[in-house]
Design a protein around this ligand. Structure first.
Ligand SMILES: Cc1cc2nc3c(=O)[nH]c(=O)nc-3n(C[C@H](O)[C@@H](O)[C@H](O)COP(=O)(O)OP(=O)(O)OC[C@H]3O[C@@H](n4cnc5c(N)ncnc54)[C@H](O)[C@@H]3O)c2cc1C
Length: 456
């Protein structure tokens, strides 16, 4: 076990972490970046440094743009440690991580948590069958290995990432049987008041518009406003059933990709005991920070999607701002306001479209809170929606108690996958807001590690 000290430890090498590291190095801070992935890039720019040109072509210009950020990071002088899984962070800046089966400790005068986003759970009947994957997971296979489905695929759900992968698949020659779109009609009405902000962020709006137009022109069948989705099959996926314009439909498929947006991967900030609030627009927990992303009066900052979903460009802006603030606290920067001003303006530009997207692609209640009792909620411990409701009837008030009632949230993912669903089910049963119900108390190790890793 080592115990080194540096000015800044950054956890995560997505846009937020890479930009934070570059900014901090520019200001002369010593920087170590840890990431459990073997290469830099995070979710959006995964494998950007070694992706062959045909794959970059398929993934599109937004992906290719990550190359400049990765190059800048490589020449910044920051120390990058890939394959490093962080399992513990303290409010004093101590970070424990495992790399190559050995646990190490590093202390940062400041630490930036930039652990990004994860896909929102999509708990419907059959969602745990072999042959069902998240759209994000399928995109990870494409980015990291160029892996593509050989058989026609059904994509179901809503949100920019779903349409993006459909577009990327079309460019790669993958056959798409259908896009079963769950965007609700109400979403359009709720998004309307935010249209001015979206128009001011015209580039993003235009990109989305072009992408949807390309999909429509491709002839892919769209079922808009689909409801009552259920994955069919006993031991593996056989298809997807749903209701479209009042008619029951079912499509045969061996691969069904589900998606209804991404949510902050907040396990690290939650594990520090920092205050988190329920974001009613994005339907998720987010850490309470100051404008720079600082958690209370600790030495910890949060930047990027793990602070609340903002997208790649805004994540990078937040990374820069957190690094600037940390450098100012360390006495390296005397003119914080002046340096931060252009980045803050850019951040405002990059987040203008967010309220529009949040309203339009708000996942429907029935796809977040399973009505059927037999739908699995906690996949690790195989706890169903009915069981969670049963615990509430017995007096269970929040997610932490579900652990003692029936092991929900006790498996290897430590509630990362079921946490939001459990909170929302309990809130609905109790007739209170999710913020009142609370979230799983997350304790280190936040990622599964072996006892041998600690002693090795
Ligand atoms: C699967 C998926 C695919 C996505 N694809 C796209 C896309 O193609 N286009 C797009 O615009 N947006 C995409 N997004 C949204 C996306 O996450 C961006 O908004 C952006 O990447 C956020 O940047 P970030 O730096 O905050 O986090 P990320 O890019 O998510 O990076 C976070 C990094 O933290 C690391 N990390 C997390 N926890 C730990 C830990 N405990 N120890 C060590 N390392 C850790 C992860 O390995 C990851 O590399 C995707 C999201 C997901 C979940």
């Amino acid at each position: 076990m080592s115990d080194e000290k540096v000015d800044l430890v950054v956890i995560g090498s997505g846009p937020a972490g890479l930009a934070a590291a570059c900014e901090a190095r520019n200001l002369g801070l010593s920087v170590v970046v840890l990431d459990e992935q073997p290469a830099v890039g995070g979710q959006i720019y995964r494998s950007i440094e070694n992706a062959p040109s045909d794959r970059v072509g398929i993934l599109g210009a937004d992906y290719a743009a990550g190359r400049a950020l990765a190059d800048g990071f490589r020449s910044s002088g920051a120390d990058y440690r890939g394959g490093a899984t962080v399992w513990n962070v303290t409010n004093q800046g101590v970070v424990d991580y495992v790399v190559e089966n050995r646990s190490n400790t590093i202390t940062g005068r400041h630490v930036i948590l930039a652990s990004g986003a994860m896909e929102r759970p999509f708990p419907i009947s059959g969602w745990t069958l072999p042959g069902v994957m998240g759209v994000g997971a399928a995109q990870i296979l494409l980015k990291s290995a160029g892996a593509l489905p050989q058989e026609p695929v059904v994509l179901a759900g809503c949100g920019p990432l779903l349409y993006l992968l459909a577009w990327q698949y079309l460019r790669a020659g993958v056959a798409i049987s259908a896009i079963v779109d769950t965007t609700e009609r109400a979403g359009y009405f709720h998004a309307l008041p935010h249209i001015v902000g979206a128009i001011l962020g015209a580039t993003d709006l235009l990109k989305g518009f072009k992408l949807l137009t390309a999909l429509r022109r491709s002839g892919v069948v769209f079922y808009r406003g689909a409801r009552d989705l259920a994955v069919l099959g006993e031991t593996e996926v056989e298809g997807l059933s749903f209701v479209h314009r009042g008619n029951s439909k079912s499509l045969a498929a061996k691969l069904v990709l589900l998606h209804q947006g991404v949510v902050p991967n907040a396990q690290l900030s939650l594990s520090t005991g920092a205050e988190h609030r329920w974001n009613a627009a994005q339907l998720c927990w987010e850490p309470v920070t100051d404008e720079w992303g600082r958690l209370g009066d600790s030495v910890l900052y949060v930047a990027g999607d793990s602070r609340g979903i903002v997208g790649a460009l805004a994540s990078a802006d937040q990374g820069r701002l957190a690094a600037l603030s940390a450098a100012a606290v360390q006495g390296v920067v005397g003119d914080l306001a002046r340096r931060a001003h252009p980045v803050q303006q850019q951040l405002a530009r990059h987040t203008r479209i967010r309220p529009f997207l949040d309203a339009l692609y708000r996942p429907s209640v029935q796809n977040r809170i399973p009505l059927k009792d037999d739908v699995l909620v906690c996949r690790c411990e195989e706890v169903t929606a009915g069981q969670i409701r049963g615990y509430v009837k017995l007096g269970c008030l929040g997610p932490n108690q579900t652990k003692s009632f029936g092991r929900s949230g006790m498996g290897p993912c430590q509630g990362r996958l079921c946490g939001l669903t459990v909170t929302e089910i309990i809130a609905r049963e109790r007739g209170v807001m999710p913020g009142k119900v609370g979230h799983y108390r997350v304790r280190p190790p936040v990622k599964p590690i072996l006892l041998g890793d600690l002693t090795g």
